[in-house]
Design a protein around this ligand. Structure first.
Ligand code: GDP
Length: 614
């Protein structure tokens, strides 16, 4: 009996191997013969509305026979060949994503937009008008590696998620240029290890249940447990929340903790689940969901440990408050002895509104891991953000439709993020003048030519300007300027402002969806002008892998000179870094200790990680 089973298993295995080799070849061959629609270019066709014939030509001709014009139009000369090599799985995933986009597109065509004169459209609310791609010239750059690589962001993402549950995860690569910054192999292996940990220790696993049952009791020398947790809680605006989330995730990776997020109703609809086969949402039965008054704090623990050096009793739950309003530049979180203590606590509840990643680079015991994970120091948020933060289907639908309707057609997309803080608010016109001065100085937008008649023929190139601001005045003023004047380059400039909420609102889910949508749209632009000290802008430029032009803060009616400066790095700025040198027990400027930390262009006492490898 054993022998028969053994033989049939063996035969079955052989059959399976032969079938798995021949079947994809047959399917691929048949698909090429039948309609050639699975070429990589199809992904861009879907966005651009190019006709299927063009695609078919490129696929049929391969690389050698494609004309220069074809190649220029289609992008990478290898694109067709690479696509032909894709596995079945990729073909299926791409087709379903693309079909959806094509389906929408075909229903709503927008006629001849490129023929219009400088036109500006202000949308009072995030537009769900379903326009389509007209012309294939202005879509994101074609993939430079294989689709699988692009789609999985060079290995940052795993392919095992259900695509429909989070469309943005595997579609963003169609809208954003492929990043020139590749994640290190070590970072990828740390992410896979983290996913494994999260799967084993996540909500409702036996380890999770055990530690939650225990509650905040003290134990002798701390509780020893296989699984430890870092609970992220929200404070401040969405930009602050997102930068802290990325910092918390990195801290969780470095300390083998499971990251759980305490999302209120205003955060639920924003992001997809980032970790496979588990959830990052803190269950509602978490013992301190509402009341955290009875939990020990980090400060009191430090105090106790100073007074009682044996640290005999440690709590199971601890509040780690790193908010800037709590202790400003003064905490000891970046000191190794603090980390030794924190390491013994099973559940840390983090309160923070800061991008405290530079602090992690100051901690000697993390340094080696960090430099292996991030050989390019200024890519921390860029990689972790693209791994962690996928718009869930509702915001993604808005992002995708807005992009397709207004941004995809342009040759270049310029994002303007205009955040005006209430203190020292400069008049709108001063800020507009400053933005124009910055944009002209750095050739992001063309100047006006008052000599040329508005009936002179326009160039067939265009720029789309995406304005993100709480106030409608900015989009409107810029729109009018470009509508009423001809540009020296005769380019068509269109201005779009998706929303104007007038004020920052809290506990409002739609307000946060709009904010997240605009942050994400900005991150899909080719160049950004951002406002100083704004975490909203940091998230956008860091996700997009861009070094923005940061406006200088304007006072009164004076336009600062220079109006803007380019950031040295893609990283967000840590506004309130520590000033205390743990080894020598005195204050220090950390830029003198670490050459990969510099003061931020927009916050002189802040710190930003910069790349020092070039
Ligand atoms: P920061 O204060 O500039 O660092 O950014 P935050 O995102 O932390 O807080 C500002 C909040 O105000 C955002 O989260 C939004 O709720 C709102 N907000 C500010 N600027 C804009 C904008 O341009 N568009 C939208 N939709 N909301 C904005």
């Amino acid at each position: 009996m054993d022998k028969v089973v053994g033989w049939s298993l063996k035969s079955f295995r052989t059959l399976l191997v032969v079938a798995s080799v021949t079947f994809p070849i047959l399917v691929t061959f048949t698909l090429i013969r039948q309609n050639s629609t699975f070429d990589v270019v199809q992904g861009f066709n879907a966005l651009t509305g190019r006709t299927q014939n063009t695609t078919t030509n490129v696929v049929k001709q391969g690389t050698q026979n494609a004309t220069t014009a074809d190649v220029l139009k289609q992008g990478s000369p290898n694109a067709g060949v690479q696509a032909g090599r894709q596995k079945d799985q990729n073909i299926i995933i791409r087709e379903s994503a693309v079909d959806k986009i094509l389906g929408d597109k075909n229903k709503n065509a927008t006629p001849g937009i490129l023929e219009e004169r400088n036109q500006a459209i202000t949308i009072s609310d995030i537009g769900l008008k379903n326009h389509s791609f007209e012309d294939g010239k202005n879509v994101p750059s074609p993939p430079t590696t294989t689709i699988a690589n692009d789609k999985l962001l060079d290995g940052l993402l795993v392919s095992s998620f259900d695509e429909a549950s989070c469309l943005s995860r595997y579609q963003t690569y169609l809208y954003r240029k492929a990043s020139p910054h590749k994640p290190s192999k070590y970072l990828i292996s740390k992410l896979r290890d983290y996913e494994h940990l999260h799967r084993s220790c996540g909500p409702y696993t036996k380890f999770y249940n055990k530690i939650m049952r225990k509650g905040a009791k003290f134990s002798k020398n701390g509780t020893s447990t296989k699984c430890k947790y870092l609970v992220w809680t929200a404070s401040n605006g969405l930009g602050n929340r997102i930068v802290t989330l990325a910092a918390a995730f990195l801290y969780a990776i470095l300390t083998d903790r499971v990251l759980l997020v305490k999302f209120g109703a205003d955060m639920f609809g924003l992001f997809c689940e980032p970790f496979p086969d588990s959830s990052w949402l803190l269950p509602r039965n978490f013992p301190y969901w509402k009341d955290q008054k009875h939990i020990e704090t980090y400060e009191s623990m430090l105090q106790n440990s100073r007074e009682n050096s044996s640290q005999e009793f440690l709590p199971s739950f601890l509040i780690l408050n790193l908010q800037h309003t709590h202790d400003g530049h003064n905490n000891f979180f970046h000191c190794d002895p603090s980390q030794d203590l924190l390491q013994k606590i099973p559940v840390l509840i983090l309160l923070s509104d800061q991008y405290f990643v530079p602090s992690l680079f100051m901690i000697p015991s993390f340094r080696q891991d960090l430099s292996k994970m991030f050989p390019e120091k200024d890519t921390v948020f860029h990689h972790l953000g693209r791994y962690l933060l996928h718009p869930s289907n509702e915001p993604w639908e808005i992002i995708r439709k807005f992009y397709e309707a207004h941004l995809a057609k342009a040759n270049e997309r310029i994002g303007l993020q205009i955040r005006v803080f209430n203190t020292h608010r400069a008049p709108h016109q001063t800020i507009i003048n400053e933005i124009m001065a910055c944009a002209l100085q750095h050739k992001l937008l063309p100047d006006f030519d008052i000599q040329k008649s508005t009936t002179s023929p326009l160039k067939k190139t265009s720029k789309a300007v995406l304005v993100a601001s709480l106030f409608s005045e900015y989009g409107e003023k810029l729109k009018n300027m470009y509508q009423e004047n001809t540009t020296v380059t005769m380019e068509v400039i269109r201005v779009y402002q998706p929303s104007h909420e007038e004020r920052q609102k809290s506990n409002n889910d739609m307000h946060n969806i709009k904010a997240w949508t605009e942050i994400y749209l900005l991150s899909l632009c080719d160049a950004l002008i951002t406002s100083p000290k704004s975490t909203f802008g940091y998230v956008a430029h860091s996700l997009g892998g861009l070094k923005p032009w940061i406006l200088q803060r304007a006072y009164g009616e004076t336009i600062p000179n220079p109006p803007c400066r380019q950031a040295k790095s893609m990283e967000p700025c840590f506004h309130y870094p520590p000033k205390y040198d743990c080894r020598v027990n005195s204050t220090v400027d950390f830029t003198s200790l670490f050459h990969h930390m510099k003061h931020c262009e927009d916050v002189s006492s802040g710190l930003r990680l910069v790349n020092t490898n070039h």
